[in-house]
Design a protein around this ligand. Structure first.
Ligand code: S3P
Length: 438
């Protein structure tokens, strides 16, 4: 464990560029590995989760290499040509790697064993096993549908039309990726829209993919299988989920003014910016543009007095990973912030509702846990008292970073029991924080 106390240190000032988007980074390596020829990726997130995806694609035959320039070169094997991996695929902490790769393996004539850390080994995989079984794959799974597990791919797999029972981009993407090597048309019906990076990138690589809206307003995504993907040059935009910690920090610490460059603002991801603005946060979009087929802008964030709100559960999918940071913002807002519809937070890297309730309470915030959310009574801008001992982060990077931010907005600091998990998604987080405080 690597504990650290995050202390208040005065206003945050300066400019930063957050690392590449984690979701897009995973997908660029996976699709590059399925396109014959050379895919070049700049701005790739070099966090442990993405490196787990890279190692898995190498184990299945692709070449994935980092150049001295920081660019990544992927030489793919082609759809249908993934090789049998020799050993188990170690997914570390990464649910995205696991679920998306389970989809890929499911329609290839190979078997793969998936293993992960203690956090990942508690997370439910039944949500992908169900549809992938209907496509013909079979599974040997640990109790409760968890890792370690073995996937035996089907060849040929059978196309399905599947209505998502949970709003999950990982489940959607697992099925679409399985559909890539499945004869005919595979369909995913998505009643609530989730991040659409897979759809955008599959199209970019030349897959035949359409998105329609049915009579109930659900998105119907169809992909034609046995696709031939063409290698691409990809520029990965900055991760809005990483930017969120600095947006909240700059809003909460008096006197702060921070420019965060190159932040991805895909509407299926940008809920946090919308909500913080509704709360009175000053977040200005500068030079909006497109990077790698995704909308991007620089964000100028200034300290603001935040007002509590009831958060509309309809925005949850577009900020599903940002609630730990939002709870910290709510803890310093004026009034009572209510969140509902957050059941999915209980099956992330940790149970983020309960873990944040405990951690924020330890820092002196007023928090009440409900079945599907948190009710947070803010201080009205007063710093939180701070913690007397370490708060438990349960191998969850976003809990560690959220509580670090809470420390900046506290009187005596917040001690986090373990900062190591931050490296899964945001290796330079602590260095950037120090740079802005200096
Ligand atoms: C992701 C989807 C989301 C998100 C995760 C990344 C993706 O998970 O929480 O961090 O890249 O598809 P769910 O699909 O489980 O909501």
């Amino acid at each position: 464990m690597r504990p650290r106390r995050f202390l208040p240190g005065g206003p945050l000032k300066g400019r930063i560029r957050v690392p590449g988007d984690k979701s897009i980074s995973h997908r660029s390596i996976m699709l590059g590995a399925l396109a014959v020829g050379e895919t070049r990726v700049t701005g790739l997130l070099e966090g442990e989760d993405v490196l787990a995806t890279a190692a898995a694609m190498r184990a299945m035959g692709a070449s994935v290499e980092r150049m001295d320039s920081g660019e990544w070169i992927v030489n793919g094997v082609g759809v249908g040509a993934l090789l049998q991996p020799e050993g188990a695929l170690d997914m570390g902490n990464s649910g995205t790697s696991t679920r998306l790769l389970m989809g890929l393996v499911s329609s290839h004539p190979i078997n793969a064993t998936f293993v992960g850390d203690a956090s990942l080994s508690k997370r439910p995989m039944g949500r992908v096993i169900d549809p992938l079984s209907s496509m013909g794959a079979s599974f040997d799974v640990s109790d409760g549908g968890r890792l370690p597990l073995i996937v035996r791919g089907a060849s040929p797999a059978v196309p399905i039309a599947y209505r998502l029972p949970v709003a999950s981009a990982q489940v959607k993407s697992a099925i679409l990726l399985a559909g890539l090597n499945t004869p005919g048309i595979t369909r995913v019906i998505e009643p609530v829209p989730t991040r659409d990076h897979s759809e955008r990138m599959l199209r970019g690589f030349g897959a035949e993919l359409t998105v329609e809206t049915d009579e109930d307003g659900a998105r119907v995504i169809s992909i034609r299988g046995e696709a031939e993907l063409r290698p691409q040059t990809i520029e990965v935009p900055g991760d809005p989920s990483s930017a969120a910690f600095f947006i909240v920090a700059a809003l909460l610490v008096p006197g702060s003014e921070v420019l965060i460059e190159n932040v991805g603002l895909n509407p299926t991801r940008a809920g946090i910016v919308q909500v913080l603005r509704q709360m009175g946060g000053s977040i200005e979009e500068i030079s909006p543009r497109e990077v790698g087929g995704e909308p991007v802008a620089d964000l100028l964030v200034r300290h603001s007095m935040l007002q509590a709100i009831d958060i509309d559960p309809a925005v949850v999918p577009s900020m599903v990973d940002e609630f730990p940071a939002l709870f910290v913002a709510a803890a310093l807002a004026e009034g009572v912030t209510t969140t509902t519809g957050l059941e999915e937070l209980r099956v992330k890297e940790s149970d983020r509702i309960s873990v944040m309730a405990t951690a924020l309470s330890a820092a002196g915030a007023k928090v009440r846990e409900t079945e599907d959310g948190l009710v947070v009574t803010g201080t009205g801008g007063e710093p939180l008292p701070g913690t007397s001992g370490p708060v438990a982060t349960h191998l969850d990077h976003r809990i560690a970073m959220s509580m670090a931010i809470a420390g900046l907005a506290s009187r005596s600091g917040v001690e986090v029991d373990d900062t190591r998990p931050i490296a899964t998604s945001f290796p330079p987080f602590e260095a950037m924080l120090e740079g802005l405080s200096a």
